[in-house]
Design a protein around this ligand. Structure first.
Ligand code: BV8
Ligand code: ZN
Length: 249
């Protein structure tokens, strides 16, 4: 789709212009144009025979910790080589144009923060953190090459795990609290590049709708939210977000 064919609905621009508080819920689609594969895409190469929902689980780290760890090392190496795209950058600009913008991201790639966004809730954690469930140590990972044994905690020598929320695990209390608080007071809820299938993240859009916020979805495809959203912009976020921000400036 060429850039000129995307027109940003005035309903979206008006709602954003009048908003005193905006939530931007982002999913893998926002990082797709930075080259980070989405969860729905088939995993490329070596990992095509694995399902993310099967590897991103506590059970995977019990049954086969080395395979689970090397999936994360592969993702770390891939993500570390990516940079924020115009969609991430546009959200930084949006934060300057509105009284309050809270980004809630399901992505674990850290790209909103590296783009310069300050107010980011990492709802599903961060790919580059090594976490010890035994003593609570959390360290920034520094090496991403394939491992021959799972990494051990420098404080208690127990096996570490990546600092992400695995399927079946609870969202960290502080992240959940901030995300719910922002959702409960926003005038506009932007759902950007997410299939809206994973809960409780996907439930936040419903909460915003129930409270009477304006729901705007930006997605290249249909999702369960599309039929209830006030505005649907069926286009890539890296094209749409800069146009939205330009219209507000
Ligand atoms: C919880 C970190 C309480 C890890 C992630 C059965 C057993 C156990 C649990 C469950 C169960 N059934 C349901 C559950 C609950 C489960 C869940 O919702 N499962 C789903 C699959 C049904 N949720 C949980 O387990 C959560 N915890 O509920 O605890 C509990 C406990 C036990 C039992 C029940 C409840 C924890 C969920 C967090 C999991 N961790 N990530 C890691 O990254 O390795 S989730 C992971 O997948 C991502 O973070 C993200 O959230 C999700 C993928 O979703 P998206 O980001 O939307 O990406 P996706 O690829 O799906 O879609 C991309 C979208 O972008 C598409 O719509 C596409 O059209 C669009 N797009 C593409 N390109 C573009 C674009 N849009 C715009 N522009 C583009 N250029
Ligand atoms: Zn430890």
């Amino acid at each position: 789709m060429s850039d000129t064919t995307i027109d940003v609905p005035t309903a979206a621009i008006d709602a954003l212009r009048q908003a005193t508080s905006i939530v931007a819920m982002t999913g893998a689609g926002v990082s797709a144009e930075s080259g980070v594969p989405t969860f729905r895409d088939a995993q490329t190469g070596l990992w095509s025979q694995y399902k993310p929902e099967a590897l991103a689980t506590p059970d995977a780290f019990v049954q086969d910790p080395l395979t689970a760890w090397n999936w994360y090392q592969w993702r770390r190496e891939l993500v570390a080589a990516t940079t924020p795209n115009p969609g991430h950058v546009a959200l930084c600009a949006l934060a300057e144009l509105t009284p309050a913008l809270q980004i809630i991201t399901q992505n674990v790639d850290g790209l909103h923060t590296s783009a310069g966004s300050e107010s980011v809730v990492e709802f599903h954690g961060n790919l580059f953190i090594d976490q010890c469930d035994h003593c609570g140590t959390r360290e920034q990972a520094t090496a991403y090459e394939p491992l021959t044994t799972p990494p051990l905690c420098s404080a208690c020598a127990q096996v570490l795990r990546p600092g992400v929320v695995l399927f079946g695990e609870l969202i960290p209390e502080a992240a959940l609290r901030s995300a719910v608080a922002a959702t409960e007071q926003c005038d506009v809820f932007l759902s950007i590049g997410t299939s809206s299938l994973v809960y409780p993240a996907a439930g936040l859009a419903q909460t915003a709708l129930t409270r009477g916020a304006t729901l705007i979805e930006i997605n290249t495809e249909e999702t369960p939210l599309s039929s209830v959203a006030d505005v649907v912009i069926r286009a890539p976020s890296a094209n749409v977000l800069p146009k939205l921000v330009a219209a507000l400036q």
